[in-house]
Design a protein around this ligand. Structure first.
Ligand code: AGP
Length: 599
């Protein structure tokens, strides 16, 4: 994903920008560029590929002390990864870097072209800088021109802009894409897309809020609204990387809001789903799908099974990779073989992929780590763009896997013509609400914290759900057992009466996922059966349920996937708070590793 850095100060501007971009490399990129302003002149350099290519280009350029610059790593969305499409983009006087997508760029571009402006790139970003030049002519103050520019943009953006007309100023704006402002006692000012480049450089940082616009000079920091709240940034990488959260897991649960927009950018369009990673013929000759994965990734796979069959109307078979490997599976060439993995290094999943390749199947990886073994081996890859996940208990990786798979089900539906356009549009509209559903809810977190004290004993937990909420129940149970070391099982709610209900008593905790949009009455009956046997019930639902002992109220939504994502956050927080009360190491639970590279 694109990364942004900015710098004002008397340090070595060139290396400040390059080192900052290097810290953002993990986000994935295919080109990079910088623009440096010194003595009223701007020099810009760009290169395709890795940062070392850009370094090679600038090796003979010496930046004088005092000045400022902006830098960018680009992950192509509009237009191929070429030098012309790389940022910064320029106009007569100004340069811009941008992370996000300008949804209405076509109409702005058309308007600007009609006024005689030439475009050099195929990007959406270039409109920003030309629009700014146009607005300069209409406004006395440069900030007003910048503001007028930003007000014209629809979509998501983190923007930094510099102009020869104000050689000491960096203009900034944020909506939907992350951006942080940092400063230190040496008078240095930094911008970055995540805190990684700021650690050890900035002493305090302000996490710029959505909808904020402003400018920074060596002496002034101005924002509208006036909401920049600077907090100390630890120089210790580990503490600083937690951005004020107690654990990486907590940080990663809350990051789901931001990373989800990254996952969707360039893929969920106005009325369409697009995957640049797949060519149009990708589904040719495919009549069914097989998915292999482990652990949490397997739960994402199970969720997608419902979506693929329901939306894309294609048969799906899902297997745990370690089982698949030794069953001597029958593989037929009309099967699309999908592997799902956060790390891209899981030995069982990798081996399953090798088997599928050997059998001549078309293969697709859904993965979070570019250049991992699985990515290198698969015929095609869709990156989930969750950013580095440090907590051993996977959270944001799961969320983004499910999102990619939901988008894929729609993409396949489109190519198989299995749903009409109105339904596709409807589904896309609901996808747009997902980041909002994942937004921080202090109330829900507080409730989980309070409830956690009642769930520290007992002889076991059953997480129950139906349909897509069954894999979510499995995932909730896995989260809890991984970090609390309490016994927890996920079960399809309708299966309880076929055996497990024998365990029901007051010491059996049932966490019931009770969405309103999907089979509510059915799961309600299943929960009633458990309540009649005195099981202690925690209901997670938008509807109050009088037989529940405890209740976490979710918001009413119109689509099951929105309920899914909201309940996902609840089960993650609940597991974490129970583990915290038990005094466990949430980020590094016993016996577990982040990347399981052994059988
Ligand atoms: C999830 O919380 C786990 N730590 C684990 O189940 C994990 O999902 C599994 O090992 C698969 O890993 P992968 O996604 O990297 O392939």
């Amino acid at each position: 994903m694109c990364g942004i850095v900015g710098y004002i100060g008397s340090g070595d501007i060139k290396s400040r920008l390059i080192e900052g971009l290097r810290e953002l490399e993990y986000r994935g990129y295919d080109s990079a560029g910088i623009a440096i302003m010194q003595n009223g002149k701007i020099e810009s350099f760009k290169a395709v590929g890795k940062l070392c290519n850009l370094e090679e280009k600038i090796k003979n350029f010496t930046a004088r002390s005092h000045g400022m610059g902006i830098g960018h790593t680009r992950w192509a969305t509009h237009g191929k990864p070429t030098e012309l499409n790389a940022h910064p983009h320029m106009s007569e006087n100004s340069y811009v870097v941008h992370n996000g997508i300008i949804e209405n760029y076509r109409e702005i571009k058309r308007m600007l072209q009609e006024n005689g402006i030439n475009f050099l790139s195929q990007t959406d970003t270039e409109v920003i800088v030309h629009l700014f030049e146009t607005e300069i002519k209409r406004h006395k103050e440069l900030f007003d021109a910048f503001k007028a520019t930003i007000e014209r943009l629809d979509g998501a953006y983190a923007v930094l802009l510099i102009t020869k007309k104000a050689p000491d100023t960096i203009f900034f704006a944020r909506k939907g894409s992350p951006m942080i402002l940092g400063r230190n006692g040496k008078g240095e000012i930094f911008f970055a897309s995540s805190d990684a480049p700021l650690i050890g450089e900035a002493e305090e940082v302000a996490y710029i809020e959505d909808g904020t616009i402003g400018y920074v000079t060596k002496k002034t920091i101005f924002s509208q609204p006036d909401n920049l709240l600077f907090v100390p940034l630890s120089g210790d990488k580990l503490t600083a990387q937690k951005s004020g959260y107690r654990f990486f897991m907590e940080k990663e649960i809350y990051e789901q809001y931001d990373v989800m927009s990254d996952t969707m950018i360039g893929r969920v369009l106005d009325n369409d789903i697009a995957f640049e990673e797949l060519d149009e013929t990708f589904m040719e000759g495919v009549s069914n799908i097989k998915i292999c994965a482990c652990g949490t990734s397997y739960h994402a796979a199970l969720t997608s099974g419902y979506l693929f069959e329901r939306i894309a109307k294609i048969g799906v078979n899902i297997e745990i990779a370690s089982e698949f490997r030794y069953k001597k599976p029958l593989l037929s060439p009309d099967t699309l073989f999908i592997v799902i993995s956060q790390s891209g290094e899981t030995a069982d999943t990798l081996e399953a992929l090798k088997m599928a390749k050997k059998a001549g199947l078309k293969t697709l990886a859904v993965c979070n780590v570019d250049n991992s073994s699985i990515v290198r081996l698969a015929d095609a890859t869709i990156l989930t763009r969750a950013g580095i996940e440090k907590g051993v208990a996977s959270t944001k990786a799961f969320a983004t896997q499910v999102m990619v798979l939901w988008m894929l089900s729609l993409y396949f539906a489109k190519s198989r013509k299995s749903v009409d356009e109105v339904s596709i549009r409807d589904e896309i509209r609901y996808m747009g609400y997902v980041p909002k559903v994942l937004q921080k809810s202090l109330e829900v977190h507080e409730k989980c914290k309070r409830l956690s004290k009642r769930y520290l004993h007992g002889h076991g937990f059953f997480f129950i759900g139906r349909d897509i909420f069954y894999p979510l129940a499995l995932e909730g149970a896995l989260k809890l057992k991984e970090i609390s070391y309490l016994h927890a099982e996920g079960y399809p709610a309708g299966e309880m009466k076929h055996g497990p209900i024998a365990l029901a008593d007051a010491e059996l905790f049932t966490i019931a996922l009770m969405p309103k949009t999907l089979l509510y009455d059915k799961i309600k009956s299943n929960v009633e059966e458990l309540s009649a046997r005195d099981s202690t019930i925690l209901s997670i639902s938008p509807q109050m349920f009088d037989l529940a002992d405890d209740f976490i109220l979710t918001h009413p939504h119109k689509h099951p996937m929105l309920e899914f994502f909201e309940m996902m956050v609840v089960v993650q927080l609940l597991a974490m708070e129970i583990a915290v009360r038990l005094g466990n190491d949430v980020d590094m639970p016993r016996n577990l590793a982040k990347s399981v590279t052994v059988e």
